[in-house]
Write a protein that binds this ligand. Structure first.
Ligand SMILES: Cc1cc2nc3c(=O)[nH]c(=O)nc-3n(C[C@H](O)[C@H](O)[C@H](O)COP(=O)(O)O)c2cc1C
Length: 204
């Protein structure tokens, strides 16, 4: 059982990384193998809409996307975490969302002619457990969270929640103090419980 945690922050050691690693640590306590991917350390450029993936069954841009794809494909769960930038997710994680989601869709499915009913055969992520985390100074946590949920749900993940939307608040001026948001951390504890519990049930 393995969960990949993707940190979409450009800041190494920032609040978002803290939130993901905190959740991965709670999962590890429950016997789940974990791996943190810091997108800041990867080269994942934007989708160029070349549509090569429709025929080639993979993204043909030669960067770190395929390696991340394979790690997620081999895992049972995925946490996608982003700082809030103008009430949305960061460009780093949006590049990953677009390319994972779009190229993944054509692995098992053919693009249909306009007059043909779509027969969906699943994605490489079908049945995997997904969870979203956002971090902000003040506002936009729910809209960025929605961006992540919409991505999970269109890509056929099973999404887990918590007792509240899983988001942390940090201080002004770019403060790195999300660890002080004890209410937010309690929600991450519960998220990890739900995620570990669901993965174990799906593995039975
Ligand atoms: C370009 C930019 C845009 C931001 N937009 C928002 C925002 O819309 N709402 C908010 O509350 N904080 C906003 N922030 C603050 C960050 O969300 C906050 O500092 C967060 O803790 C950063 O996470 P990190 O430590 O993982 O980088 C913004 C910061 C930057 C750099």
């Amino acid at each position: 059982m393995k969960v990949i945690g993707v940190c979409g922050s450009p800041r190494i050691g920032g609040n978002t990384e803290y939130a993901v690693q905190y959740t991965l640590d709670r999962l590890a306590e429950q016997g789940i193998e974990t791996e943190l991917i810091r997108l800041r350390e990867k080269n994942v450029t934007y989708c160029t809409a070349c549509y090569q993936c429709v025929q080639m069954k993979k993204c043909t841009i030669n960067d770190d996307l395929e390696g991340i794809f394979q790690k997620i494909e081999a895992a049972d769960g995925l946490i996608m975490a982003s700082p809030v930038y103008h009430a949305s997710v960061t460009p780093l994680i949006k590049c990953l969302m677009d390319r994972l989601g779009f190229s993944g869709r054509w692995r098992e499915n053919a693009m249909q002619a306009v007059d043909t009913a779509y027969t969906f055969k699943g994605t490489p992520f079908s049945g995997k457990v997904g969870a979203a985390i956002t971090v902000a100074r003040r506002a936009g946590t729910t809209s960025a969270f929605s961006d992540l949920l919409l991505w999970f749900t269109v890509n056929d993940f099973i999404v887990v929640g918590s007792g509240y939307w899983t988001m942390l608040l940090a201080g002004k001026g770019g403060a790195v103090n999300a660890s002080e948001d004890t209410e937010g951390l309690a929600n991450l504890d519960h998220l990890a419980d739900n995620m570990a519990g669901l993965i174990k049930k799906l593995k039975q």
